[in-house]
Structures are given as C-alpha cells and as structure tokens.
Design a protein. Structure first.
Length: 282
C-alpha cells in the first residue's frame, strides 16, 4: 500500500490536500483546461475536414453544389468530432481535478459533473466565436444580404448570367430579375405577372423570341428552385446533426470524466499505445 493510499483512508471526508492543495466542490481550473483542449482538438479536426472538402467547412461560395449525401457525411463528421473532442477534454478534467474522500458513487458523480462543466464551457465558447463571426459578417454587409456590383443577390449571379446570355443586362434590369427569381424560390409558384415581366426582360436583353425567352425562364426557375430545395434539405440535416452532436458530446464528456477520475484514483497511467492493457483497465 502506497503512502498516498494510506493517507486517503485516514483522511477526514472532504477534498484531499493532494499536490496543488484542497479545492472546492467544483474545480474550475480542470474544467476550463478541458474545454480549451476540446476546442483546440475540434479546431484541428475541422481544419482536416476543410482540407478534404466536407461541406460543413467547404470554401465553395455557392449553394448549388450541396447534396443530401454530402450533408449526411458532414453531419456524421460533426458528431464524431464533437464526441471525440469533448471526450478528450472530459477525461483531462476528471484526471487532473482534486480527488475527494467520499463514496465511490459520489466521486463518480462529481467527476461526471466536471465533464459537463467542460462541455458547457466549450459550447459557450463556440457560441461566442460564432456570434462574433456573424457580427463581423453582418457589419461588413451593412446588415443586408450580399449583393454584386449590379445590386442583385450574389448567390443568383450564375442564374442571371444564364438568363441574359449572350448579352449583359444593366444594373436595374439585373437587380429586378434577381428579385423576381428570389420570389420564385419559395414553395408557391411565381405569380403570372412576375413571370411575364421576367420573360419580357429576358427577351429585351438577350434578343431571344418570346417563346424562347419563356423556355429559358422556365428552365432557370426550375433549376434554381431545385438547388434551393436541396440546400434547405442539407441545412435541416446539418442542423439536426449539430443538435445530436451536442447531446452526444455531453454524454461523452460525462463518461470520459468518470474514466479519468477512476484512473486518477487508481494512479493509472495509460500506455502510449492502444493495447490490451488499456482496454482491460477501461
């Protein structure tokens, strides 16, 4: 029996004066440290996702190249990253926090609670960074949707280019056509008056006959509506996966913190490689 184990058995209930001194019920230091480790790990893994082109961090400026399968893969990756990052942060917090002389179940609960502290701080940190990024983008665009030099929405620039080929429309006509196409991206059909106006603009700029302009407008609206619907589905999938990832990360942090606390009390040092010893001790 080691001197530390003997001291644990003889000490009064409460935090044990281990190296670093006795602390309160909640040890903020290990919780904050675990959250920082989880955030850093998540950042590195998301950087890897950017390198391989997952949509969640895709550098593509358009919304046409989204797909349901890519959204599912990206959402699965989000779950994996969240669980792995917060499990590492939770384990670190449970392993380095001060131990207590109490029942086994009470110590396990307190370790798990510190895992939730890691998760909470990490989520708030991520939300803060996301809010700061959104504020910066909003300030740069003056609180309005991004628009090109002609005043039309930038995400419809390709549709407008196709609509007026082989000519280029002026800023007023391009902006008006962009607003009409946006009106047609909803779940309801584009009003006949707006459709007729879009056909007239197309015919006047491109030089096509009215029937050809009608066919081009129909094709552009169909393609744009399909792409927008696909983008909405992808957004729903990613949103659901994000919520699932946060819930799974909380559970992972709780369990990992309990494992870290168990290793702390057993004075167990995990080997540098994954093997039977580590599996048996877990």
């Amino acid at each position: 029996m080691t001197d530390v184990q003997t001291f644990k058995e003889s000490a009064a209930p409460g935090p044990l004066p281990m190296p670093g001194g006795p602390l309160s019920y909640i040890n903020w230091g290990p919780g904050i440290a675990g959250a920082i480790v989880a955030a850093a790990t998540s950042f590195v893994l998301m950087g890897f996702a950017s390198a391989v082109g997952l949509m969640v961090v895709s550098p593509s400026p358009t919304w046409r190249d989204t797909s349901v399968w890519l959204a599912i893969l990206s959402g699965f990756y989000i779950v994996v990253v969240a669980v792995g990052s917060f499990a590492l942060g939770g384990y670190l917090a449970g392993r380095v926090r001060s131990t207590w002389k109490a029942s086994e179940h009470e110590i396990e609960f307190r370790d798990g609670a510190h895992g939730l502290i890691v998760w909470s701080i990490g989520v708030m940190l991520g939300a803060f960074l996301l809010a700061m990024s959104a504020h910066t983008l909003a300030a740069g665009s003056a609180g309005s949707p991004p628009r090109d030099a002609a005043g039309a929405p930038t995400f419809l620039a390709y549709e407008l280019d196709r609509l007026f080929r082989p000519e280029a429309a002026g800023p007023e006509l391009r902006s008006e056509a962009g607003r009409i196409i946006m009106r047609g991206l909803g779940r309801t059909e584009l009003p006949a008056e707006d459709r007729a106006q879009l056909v007239r603009i197309t015919a006047s700029v491109s030089g096509l006959s009215p029937p050809d302009s009608e066919r081009r407008v129909t094709q552009i609206l169909t393609d744009a509506r399909t792409a927008a619907s696909q983008a909405r589905k992808s957004a729903v999938i990613l949103g659901f996966c994000l919520a699932a990832a946060l819930a799974a990360a909380a559970a992972a942090a709780w369990v990992a913190a309990g494992i870290g606390g168990k290793h702390r009390d057993e004075e167990f040092s995990p080997p540098m490689r994954f093997g039977r010893t580590l599996v048996r001790r877990l």
